[in-house]
Design a binder for this molecule. Sequence first.
Ligand code: ADP
Ligand code: MG
Length: 569
Amino acid sequence: MVTFEEIGLRPEILQAVHALGFEKPTPIQEQAIPFVLSENTDLLAFAQTGTGKTAAFSLPMLERIDAELPQIQALVLCPTRELCLQIAQDIDNFTKFLKIRTTAVYGGASIDKQIDKLKRGAHIVVGTPGRTLDLIKRKRLKLEQIQWLVLDEADEMLNMGFKQELDSILATTPKEKQTLLFSATMPKELIRIAEQYMHEPKKITVGQRNTGAKNVSHEFYVVQARDRYQALKRITDINPNIYGIVFCRTRRETKEIANKLMQDGYNADALHGDLSQAQRDHVMSRFRSRHLQILVATDVAARGLDVDDISHVINFNLPDDLEVYIHRSGRTGRAGKTGVSLIITHSREIGRIKSIERKIGKTIERKKVPTSREICEKRLLHLMDKVKEVNVNDDEIAPYLPKVYEKLESLSREDLIKHFVSFEFNRFLEYYKDAPDLNVANKRERNGRDREREGERGGRDRKRRGRVDFNRYFINLGSKDELSPKNLLSFIDSHPKLKNVEVGKIDIQKSFSFFEIDKRYESQLIEAFAEVEYGGNEIVIERSKGGRGQGGGRRDSGRKSSYKGKRRS
Ligand code: ADP
Ligand code: MG
């Protein structure tokens, strides 16, 4: 086992790496770091998402960059703004004890500010192709001196159609440089392009390639916490052929969910650490041989399980450590198959979805929990398919048929179908008869997103706000608590008494925020927040005295509410 020390990084870097909790290099780091430290040839590296590629290319560059030399020495290109910010942040963390400066340049943000930052000097620039090229064309970014060019998530950049930008950017870089290309997959197209960009690159491949992450789509469903199990059932019901793992956080929850599923007639079982080794082996082998359709498991217990064709990974709860999410979702989409990783969550956790998106560099699509009607339809059609496809053995069945026909003689074709469907299906219909919609409404949330966008563009929100009288409120939560306009809105929206209330401007600061809502809803607002707590702390809502809201004229002392206790509903 190699350590970071043995790889030969300087103390300032080691200190930063250890401060981040990295104990030893990941496999890709173990191979890439020594290579970049000692060689100048190009590198083509393949490793799955979440394997530590950022440190794999950053650390050796940091070791070699000359902080005294006031010029851009490395350019890192990546496909999205989120990744760009993430990489820049990672590098900032690695350079905590060094005088190396990093600037991120990406679209959707003020170019002037980025130009200012570049003027102040950077050793490393992390950029998206579009903005990088824009800055080059404006002569604000000069790459003639770079020694390293990193193409991170190169496959994704090509997928997104950045080939031309890459060509133009690369044309402004010196011939003598080291190009490091990182990718999770190795499509032919990429290899072809790599040959243009690189000169006899060394290839490093870690783990299986062309598998995992890229074939996985990610979805999330927002429900009230108490509706999680119902949502799980519906998701299972609408996927009659599901072959999946449901991940729970604790052994207790694992047992509970597995028991409920079994009682409700699902082909499910639990895998957790309270079972003996023999019991665990038994469950795993039933799952592997597909005698079990749904395995409910803890992360630890599922570790020993290696199954290739899992269709769904269901996060019944988000793991505390989001890293674990990557491991969970990597259990599907293997061996060239596609898979779905889905998250059942509640509005308070929406901020964490964003963090995962950043981590995996992909969007997680918000989906609606299927309605009873959709499920019934899907199941019925599935049943009909099975009926149509069934193997009819004429010879075997022939002797029985006359009596069967006789029995059914009184029924018309239509009636026969109805009876036959009901026979199979009554249990289902009964269960879903009055089943409610489990979705936490997201209409307002969508408005919120629009509003955010409008805000970004200096928008029209004043017009919308003109219709209602707003009061402005202070809340003792901010971005550090993962409060965002989106999850604030969705919380407000999820409360029955606040369902249709107009929300005005939202201003999220680091540790507190302000927002406006229709002044007529003050008491409902205070009541709604009285029912929740955040991380065991009270939530304080206070009428803001500054009253920028159009209706906030009365300068009264504001109402303070400080409450404890979980949501009661
Ligand atoms: P990739 O680019 O391969 O998808 P990242 O570089 O984003 O992966 O790293 C994924 C996560 O693993 C990050 O949270 C990072 O902080 C963490 N990480 C990277 N290297 C190590 C290490 N050696 N030990 C522990 N955690 C690590
Ligand atoms: Mg990465």
